[in-house]
Design a protein around this ligand. Sequence first.
Ligand code: BGC
Length: 720
Amino acid sequence: MDARLLTGADFWSLREAPEIGLRRIVVSDGPAGVRGETWDERSPSANVPAPTALAASWDVARVERVARLLAFECRRKGVDVLLAPTVNLHRTPYGGRHFECFSEDPYLTGAIGAAFVRGLQEEGVAATVKHFVANDSETERFTLDAIVDERTLRELYALPFELILAADPWAVMAAYNRVNGTTMTDSPLIQSLLREEWGYDGVVMSDWGATRSADAAVDLAMPGPDSPLDPPDVEVRVARLVALAERVSAKDATAWSDAEIAAELRAAAADGFVLARNHGSLLPLTGSSLRKVAVIGPNGADARTLGGGSATVYPPYTVSPLEGLRAALPHAEVAFAPGVKAHTRLPVAKVTAMLDGTEQRETGEFIWFGDPRTVEVRTTITAEAAGEHVIGASGVGRFTLTLDGTVVLEEELTLGPDADPGEQLFAPPQRGVPITVEAGQTVDVVLRAEGVTAFQLNHDPPFPDTGLEDAVALAREADLVVIVVGTTPEVESEGFDRSSLALPGAQDELIRRVTDANPKTVVVVNAGAPVLMPWIKQAPAVLLTWFGGQEAGNAIADVILGAVEPGGRLPTTWPASEDGLPSVQPVDGVLTYSEGLKVGYRGDVVPLFPFGHGLGYSEWRYLAMDGARVRLANTGTRGGREVVQIYASKPDSAVERPARWLVGFAVVEAAAGEEVIVDVPLSPRAFDHWADGAWQREPGEFVLEAGRSVADLKLSSSWS
Ligand code: BGC
C-alpha cells in the first residue's frame, strides 16, 4: 500500500485512490464558519458565534443546531471534514486562541464539544476534535513542552477529549506542542490513551506541519504534498481513511435558507451574551422611550464578529451594533462616534481593487496557498477626511507601492528568525507611507507584490484629535449610550498570546469619560476573552458579547431592547486583575503547568465575575433539591430562561481537591410565575479523581449544590 496516501494531496484535501474506496476528501477550518478551499471574500461563509460564545449559552441543543447549520455550510462549500471543535481549555486568559476554545471547565467543554460533534456528524460531516492535547497557548506553539502532571492531565486537559469520544468523532487532530517531553504527533498518548484505553478507531490527523517523523503516531499528515510519514503499518492507517471516506459519503446535510441561517445566528448570539452587571435594572430598555441613542467606541460601527487565525472566515455580511440598533429603532436618531482608536497596526484598506488588470475584487486582502506569485493590484482611495492618511503594504515578499504615479515604497518584507510561520497571515510585517490629502481627494494606488502567498493593501485614515471630546459631547445629548469596546486582531489571535488583559488604546479612558457624561450607559464588551474593567463601578450595565458572529449587531439590539433575554453564563472566570494568572511564557522551551488543578474557579484567582455568572431579565427562586433533581420557579414578570448549575464538593476529603467543581447543568425555560422541575444530567466523571494510575471514587457522601454560578448556590443535597 502506498504510504503517500497518508499525506494530504495539498493544503486542504486528501489523496484519492478510487480502487480502494478513497474518494477526494476536503477538510476545512474551522469553528467560526466553514472556510472551504479558497480563503477570501469571493467564497463567503456563514459566520457563527465564536466557540466561547457558544459555550456561554450552556445550551447543548443550541450548539447541536449551530453545528447542523455548519454541516450544511460544509456541503455547500464541498467540505467533508470540519476542523472543529477546538476543545483545549481556557487555562489562562492570556491564551491567544481563548476565543476558539469553549471554557476553563473540562465538563462544560466536553458537553458542549460533544453536542457540536453530534450536530455535524448526524448531518454526515466529520468533526475533528482538536488539538490533542495541552495546546492551551500560542507562544512557541510548535515546540513548547507542556509539563503537566498525570492527575492534572487526566482531570482537566484530557477529560474533554475523553467525554467527547462518547459522541464518536470521526477525526481527532494531534497538536503541535510537546507534552512531558514528546511532540504530540509522536506521543505515546495517541496509542496508549486514545487508541487503547479509550478505544478510539477514527482518524488521527496532524496539525498543519506538525508531523516530525516517518513513524509518527498519526494516520494523516497535513498539509500535503510533502511529509516524512512512512510507517510500517500503512494498511491499518489507510483503512481508517477509507472508513472516514465512507462515513462522510453516507448522506447529504439538511438545507438551510439564508433567512433560517440569519435567524439561528441572531438567536444563538443572544443566547451566549452574558449580562455581567445591570445596576438599577437599567436593561432592558423600552425602544419607544428612546429619541436619541449614541453608539460610541471603536467596535460600534465595525463589529468584530470573529477571532483571528485559521478560524477566520469571510462572512457574506456583518451587522454592527450601530446597524442593529438603527434597524431596531427606526423612529430614534442613532448617532455614532468612535471616541478613540484601538488599533496600532495598519488596517486592511476597504477598497474595490483590480488584481492583475483582470480580476475585480472587493477587498484589500489577498491569500493563496501553494507557490508564491507576483501580482499587481490597482485601486483608488478617496479621502473622507482631510489630513494625514497612511497607505501601505503587509506581507512577506517584495513590495512596490506607487501613489499618483510616484513610487513611494520599495522594500522586501521578511519574518524574524524566530517568527511563528503563521505570522505571515496573522500579524504580517508591514510598512506604511504617510500622505496628506484634502477631503474628497482621490489617490491612485498601485501595489506590486513579488513572491507572495498572501498580502494586504493597507489604509489608515486620520483619527481626529477631538475624537474623545466628540464622543463625550454626543453622549451628553443622548437618552441612551451604548459604548462598544473590545480587543483587536492585533492583540487577540491565533499565532501569539496576549501580553496584557487591558483593553487596547484609550478605551478605558473613553468609558470613564462617557459614563461621567451620561450614566445611562450600556458597556458592550466585544472581546473573545476576559479584559480588565477598572471602570466597572461606573458602568451601570455591562454586556459581554464575545465575538458574536455575523448577526451580533441585531442580537445586541434584541437584548438591549428586551426582545430576548441575554442567555449567557460565564464559561470562564472573569478575573478582577492579572494577579496569579497562569503564565504562557515557556522558559527554555518548557511551559510548566505549575498551577496544576487550580485553573480558573478551581484556583485562587479573585474573580470580578465568577464562573457561571450571568443575569437574565426574570427572577428565579430555587425551591428544592433532591439528588440532581431541582425544583425552581420563575418569580419574575416575564418568561425567562435559566441555566441551573450543579457543583460537587467533598467535605473532609482525604484527597486534595478544589472547593467545588461543576458536575452538571441544564437550561430551563418557564413563563412568569411558573414552576419547573429539572433532572440535571451529571458528568460520567462527576465524582472521580485520578490517583495511582487509575480513576478512583472516594467512598462516602459528596455534597451537591445547585444555583446560578459557582459563587451563588441556593440549595444542596447529598450524593453517594
Ligand atoms: C491550526 C489548526 C488549523 C490548521 C489548518 C493550524 O495552524 O493550529 O487549528 O486547523 O492550522 O488551518
